[in-house]
Design a binder for this molecule. Structure first.
Ligand SMILES: [Zn+2]
Length: 417
């Protein structure tokens, strides 16, 4: 029996264990996880024959908490706002909504809804684009600290190409970033981290991108940004940066493309660009549901995976239509079908857990193994799927469109749902 807010010491039930080294899962039909007082996993394996621990959540299977490698907190209330494609959607839906977070009360309501949605869908680790407004992002950190979720959060950098209410001069953004690093980076045993977040090339001056790259280098921070999402965006970037070889070079030239950089979307890359992503060691956040909603296209999942590039899945709320990483996995299946790429539910669930953890530099989560953080999720599956074997279970988890919120969400051993 798990009690909200308390620490759990053991979990018994079917366990789905992602592999460390590739997109594979193992299903243990009657498994047992024990946790220590600090919320780390002590042991994982089949329950012993004389196990006294009752089944924790009958009807559910347990897996590591989901990792959302790309989500926009200020867009929580504009999910489904159909004004796309990308650049029009930013103008009509995103910037006006993000401006509303200047009101602390409004920002707090949005943050509560954002956190509730993450917990309800079993997302225990998220990589978040916060507001461009420093007080709203500071308040988001405080709320995540209180809620108990694991997250990497960025102050979204925009010093040009956006309306005045969300446009923040670089000097202000840099000072705020330093203060947020000081206050929150590494909070509670690294549960919260600050991530450098230039929104995309069109919203940042060259000076801002250079300073952001320097700050990432100075503190060893991760970087996240958008790239190669939409044809009109590609054209505008090429016009704005005539000196750059291509879009990826814009970031590389400013110290923003390396082994701690998460590149979201990556739809319109040719083979040469993918080769350079691999050479630079960047990771990829694949956000297929958002890509379908804005009509951006479908990323070729085989291109990064064949090159050994780490790939996580992203909801990209609010262009993504759900916080559910199960929905992200289902949309990734559709994107693979569109591109003629072979993929499996098993591989996609791996990308939603272990793959995502690797893509955002969180080796402490994403798998079920001794020594790792006790970040767990219990998800109900139809009663007949377990009898039909692991493949049926993985497909039920990934593809059932009537997916309910998850049964339990646990972070660092603490029961959040
Ligand atoms: Zn995004």
């Amino acid at each position: 029996m798990l009690r909200l807010g308390e620490r759990c010491t053991a979990v018994r039930g079917p366990l789905i264990c992602p592999a460390a080294d590739g997109p594979r899962l193992t299903l243990i039909e009657d498994g047992l996880i024990t946790l220590d007082a600090a919320g780390h996993i002590n042991s994982v394996g089949p329950a012993p024959a004389d196990c006294a621990e009752p089944v924790t959540a009958p009807g559910a299977v347990w897996l590591p908490g989901f990792v959302d490698t790309h989500v926009h907190q200020p867009q929580t209330r504009i999910i489904g706002s159909g004004t796309g494609p990308l650049l029009a959607w930013l103008e009509r839906s995103v910037f006006p909504e993000e401006a509303r977070l200047a009101d602390p009360e409004y920002a707090a309501e949005v943050t509560d809804e954002f956190i509730d949605a993450l917990i309800a869908h079993g997302t225990t680790t998220s990589v978040v684009y916060g507001s461009s407004l420093p007080p709203a992002t500071d308040a988001l950190f405080a709320a995540l600290a209180e809620a108990g979720l694991r997250a990497d959060v960025g102050l979204t950098l925009m010093d040009q190409g956006c309306p005045p209410p969300v446009c923040v001069p670089d000097a202000v953004a840099q000072a705020a970033s330093e203060a947020l690093v000081e206050r929150w980076h590494g909070h509670d045993g690294d549960r919260l981290r600050f991530v450098i977040t230039p929104r995309f090339a069109l919203s940042c001056s060259r000076a801002q991108m250079r300073a952001a790259g320097d700050l990432a280098e100075k503190h060893g921070l991760w970087v996240q940004t958008h790239i190669a999402e939409n044809a009109a965006e590609l054209k505008a970037v090429a016009q704005a940066f005539p000196e750059a070889r291509d879009y990826l070079a814009v970031y590389a030239d400013h110290g923003l493309a390396g082994p701690r950089t998460i590149l979201a979307h990556c739809i319109w890359f040719d083979d040469a660009a993918w080769d350079r992503v691999a050479d630079l060691g960047c990771t990829v956040s694949h956000c297929p549901d958002s890509n379908f909603f804005l009509g951006s296209g479908a990323m070729d999942l085989a291109a990064p995976t064949a090159r050994g590039v780490r790939v996580g899945l992203g909801s990209d709320v609010g262009a993504g239509r759900s916080f559910s990483m199960r929905q992200a996995a289902a949309s990734a299946w559709d994107a693979a079908r569109v591109r003629g790429v072979a993929v499996s539910a098993e591989a996609l669930l791996w990308h939603a857990t272990a793959g995502g953890a690797a893509a955002c530099g969180r080796p402490e989560v994403g798998r079920l193994a001794a020594g790792l953080a006790g970040d767990l999720v219990a998800v109900d599956v139809p009663h007949y799927t377990l009898e039909r074997g692991p493949k049926a279970v993985y497909e039920a988890l990934a593809f059932r469109r009537d997916a309910e919120p998850v049964r339990h969400t646990v972070v660092q051993g603490r029961v959040l749902r």
